[in-house]
Write a protein that binds this ligand. Structure first.
Ligand code: PGA
Length: 254
């Protein structure tokens, strides 16, 4: 049985004093939702604050991106070994904001994926189509291509126990959530695509849905067969909402 997961993607939000209150509330979720992997991914500069506040709570910390290089003259970049060094367990890679606003290619994302694994981090690999692509009916083509880039570069074994987040770009921060059926269809597609290479790896994949997940839609989404939890943006900045979403994940395996 796969363990459900809820990860908060704070994006470029936060301030020490506000983070402290939020982290204090998140801390309690480690015990309260013991059957869920709960993680928060703050901006790099707040990773040590999050680590310290969550110490011993069972709540994991992740970065939001990493370089594909391990060290060197890359001004402004943060390397995967550095994230591991300051206590990150996870790193979000290939988020659509990185792909669209910062021009990250599938190949680059795959290189980052390899760098993260070299450093012992667990990547949360994001895939998803734009509205235009959905309307053109090429969702599976796009998601398949994003997935294949990683399989080609790192091999299917690199997906053993991996976390993949399906995030339709049109649902991110828009308040427009994919219906459970739409999300389940793509999640099923992802699992089948990986199963074509290795059925065991596919079965163990933790597949998160992301895109306007809120307390009032989380239960229905997490109830779908191939949806193992969520990657939460906006709602992860509100203690009550994030807690309710984690509780929905905890109930989803009842
Ligand atoms: P959202 O963001 O929950 O604010 O839509 C999700 C994400 O981008 O990871």
């Amino acid at each position: 049985m796969r363990k459900p997961m809820v990860a908060g993607n704070w994006k470029m939000n936060g301030k020490s004093a506000d983070n402290a209150a939020l982290l204090e509330a998140v801390r309690g979720l480690g015990d309260e939702c013991a059957n869920v992997t709960v993680a928060v991914c703050p901006p790099f500069v707040y990773v040590p604050q999050a680590r310290q506040a969550l110490e011993g709570s069972g709540v994991a910390v992740g970065g939001q991106d990493c370089s594909d290089n391990d060290s060197g003259a890359f001004t402004g970049e943060v390397a995967a070994p550095m994230l591991a060094d300051v206590g990150c367990e996870y790193v979000i890679l290939g988020h659509s904001e990185r792909r669209t606003l910062f021009g990250e290619s599938d190949t680059q994302v795959a290189a980052k994926y390899r760098a993260a694994q070299r450093a012992g981090l667990k990547p949360i690999l994001c895939v998803g189509e734009t509205l235009e692509e959905r309307e053109q009916d090429v969702t599976e083509e796009v998601v398949g291509r994003q997935l294949d880039a990683v399989i080609d570069a790192a091999g299917v074994a690199s997906l053993e126990g991996a976390v993949i987040a399906y995030e339709p770009v049109w649902a991110i921060g828009t308040g427009r959530t994919a219906t459970p059926e739409q999300a389940q269809t793509v999640h099923r597609f992802i699992r089948e695509r990986v199963a074509a290479h290795d059925a065991g790896v596919a079965e163990g994949l933790v597949l998160l849905y992301g895109g306007s997940v809120k307390p009032d839609n989380a239960g229905e989404l997490f109830g779908c067969d191939d949806i193992d939890g969520g990657l939460i943006g906006g709602a992860s900045l509100k203690a009550d909402a994030f807690g309710d979403i984690c509780r929905a994940a905890e109930r989803s395996r009842d």
